[in-house]
Design a protein around this ligand. Structure first.
Ligand code: GCO
Ligand code: MN
Ligand code: MN
Length: 393
């Protein structure tokens, strides 16, 4: 038991991070008022450090309220920095709030009003400066209001061009300043707009391929966002990793086809959470494990810290399950048998294209009946995985 306690105890080297807006969420929703008082960012830093987190992230307005004077900004930043220095917590990521103020009612970078687009650039430039000042190496772009309820006014061709212009502009700015910063785009299908632009990881990957300075632009996929759409989050993460574009990740949980829930990591879809953790750990991903989630609205401040502890603890439990998966002789035996029976060194199975290979592939004969009759043993394998996850192996 003691050993387990240590195994699942979060430590800074695990790189767990939370947003100020996550633990600071007051529980306000479309139907009800806040149920918890706003948290002082310094208190969040102290509590997160105490719980074993590595870092804290913020939107510009989470730290420096919208409309603060320059002197107020400097005072807030100095006090926050002091808390970081005192606790050792770092700020790996920062982002801009381009969705709360009424000016963003029809979007920021894709607003139909050209002055709003210019204001969004100004706000983001300042927020990038703030993030870099506090040490951020990743800058997230979540297009909260970039979308529409109706396409009667703006079309998506125009909006996509504006979105591209903004990211090109800001990546040039970051480079000109000599900042050591990478951008991570965060797709989401809907909420708060009826439909958002760049709704999924796939859409965002295709968009990145059209940008200037692609090498500094990647993704911040979120568990809840792909799941709301009914998509498979581990698949999205896998494709992002394979493309070299997993720069950051938002971990939480979510029921499919529901409103945006932002549940504690692992609480709803533990099997998918397991496959995400396994992939992150085995792929060499070394970025932050960021929680973009919030405590149930039923909770008081103690519940918030129980929630934060739970997010990190579940990650470490899944990580330990992944280690056991790799060491489980029965599971590994089935995988090895499957791999052996899947092997083929004939033409078409290995190597790339050549005119000779085409001829050789054409000339091959396959025993299609035998190949089609072969079972995969995935039922057996998956049951072992379930038993591992359910704690009986
Ligand atoms: C959401 C988003 C946001 C972003 C955050 C950072 O569904 O509201 O996930 O929480 O991640 O704005 O850019
Ligand atoms: Mn979200
Ligand atoms: Mn998010």
């Amino acid at each position: 038991m003691d050993q387990d306690r240590d195994l699942y105890q979060p430590r800074p080297e695990h790189k767990f991070t939370f947003g100020l807006w996550t633990v600071g969420n007051t529980g306000r929703d479309a139907w009800g008022d806040p149920v918890r008082p706003a948290l002082d960012p310094v208190r969040s830093v102290e509590k997160l450090a105490e719980l074993g987190a590595y870092g804290v992230n913020f939107h510009d307005d989470d730290l420096v309220p919208f409309g603060s004077s320059a002197a107020e900004r400097d005072r807030i930043v100095a006090r926050f920095r002091q808390a970081l220095d005192a606790t050792g917590l770092v700020v790996p990521m920062a982002t801009t709030n381009l969705f709360s103020h009424p000016i963003f009612r029809d979007g920021a970078f894709t607003s139909s009003d050209a002055r709003v687009r210019a204001f969004a650039l100004q706000k983001t430039i300042r927020a990038i400066d703030l993030g870099v000042e506090l040490g951020a190496k990743i800058y997230v772009f979540w297009g909260g209001r970039e979308g529409s309820e109706s396409d009667s006014f703006r079309n998506t061709i125009e909006a996509t061009k504006w979105f591209r212009d903004a990211i090109n502009f800001l990546s040039a700015y970051s480079q000109d300043q000599g900042y050591d910063l990478r951008f991570a785009l965060e797709p989401k299908p809907n909420e708060p707009r009826g439909d958002l632009y760049l709704p999924t990881v796939g859409h965002a990957l295709a968009f990145i391929a059209t940008l200037d300075r692609q090498e500094m632009i990647g993704l911040n996929p979120e568990f809840a966002h792909e799941t709301m759409t009914g998509l498979n989050f581990p698949h999205a993460v896998g494709q992002a990793i394979e493309a070299g574009k997993l720069f950051h990740i938002d971990l939480n949980d979510q029921q499919m086809a529901r409103f945006d829930q932002d549940f504690r990591f692992g609480s709803e879809n533990p099997k998918r959470a397991f496959f995400v953790v396994k992939m992150l750990e085995e792929s060499g991903y070394d970025g932050p494990r960021h929680y973009d989630a919030k405590a149930y609205r039923t909770e008081d401040e103690d519940g918030v810290w129980a929630f934060a502890r739970g997010c990190m603890r579940s990650y470490l439990i899944f990580k330990e399950k992944a280690r056991r998966f790799a060491e489980d002789t029965e599971i590994q035996g089935i995988l090895a048998d499957l791999r052996a029976s899947d092997t083929d060194d004939g033409p078409g199975a290995t190597g790339g294209y050549s005119a000779e290979t085409v001829e050789a592939v054409r000339a091959r004969t396959f025993d299609v009946d035998a190949m089609g009759a072969k079972g995969r043993r995935y039922e057996e394998l998956d049951q072992l995985v379930m038993e591992l996850l359910l704690g009986v192996r």
